[in-house]
Ligand binder design. Sequence first.
Ligand code: SAM
Length: 191
Amino acid sequence: MATGSSGSSRSPSPRRRPPEVSVLRVGHRPGRDPRLTTHLALAARAFGAQRMYLHPADLGLAERISAVGRRWGTGFEVVSVDDWKSVVRSFPGAVVHLTMYGLPLERCLPRLARQKRLLLVVGGAKVPPELYRLATFNVAVGHQPHSEVAAVAVTLERLLGIPPPVRAGGAPHRIVPSARGKRVVGSGGGR
Ligand code: SAM
């Protein structure tokens, strides 16, 4: 007896595992814009990236972000690098340069989502021109200038979604979403 319209016996394809995402921030200016790069690392961590390569190195910033990880979980790390090009060249996956001049994110998303590993590269005040050539994809999050934090956050949200309010790996506590006030459960309380 026919049971379906297609007659196919194929089982549905298993859900694809989302890509593992790293971020590379080039053009950081230690001492000049620590808040901006700190916010970039915090957004990358909160929206599911595994690590952020930082050029040039800033050990103080790396330590501040690992202190956040000790309180709020995830194994996110900031890796200081002396040579951003070698990170791009040796990355074992697709290199996605986020730039307002690139192809629209919505158009690129299906191809990005199929990759095993992605390196999202964002610039600072100036972007080295070679980056456009070295990247696998040049991708725009809208075609207006905004910020590296916004570009990374929107791209991660489109790729991985917004994480639910569960205890992140290794965290001593978690937030209980509340209509008013602050509720944190687990050892040690909140910040
Ligand atoms: N004038 C700079 C340039 O050459 O692109 C703009 C720098 S912007 C302040 C800092 C970084 O934010 C850029 O290097 C890029 O990675 C990211 N960015 C800004 N607007 C973007 C957009 N519309 N789409 C994707 N990335 C963007």
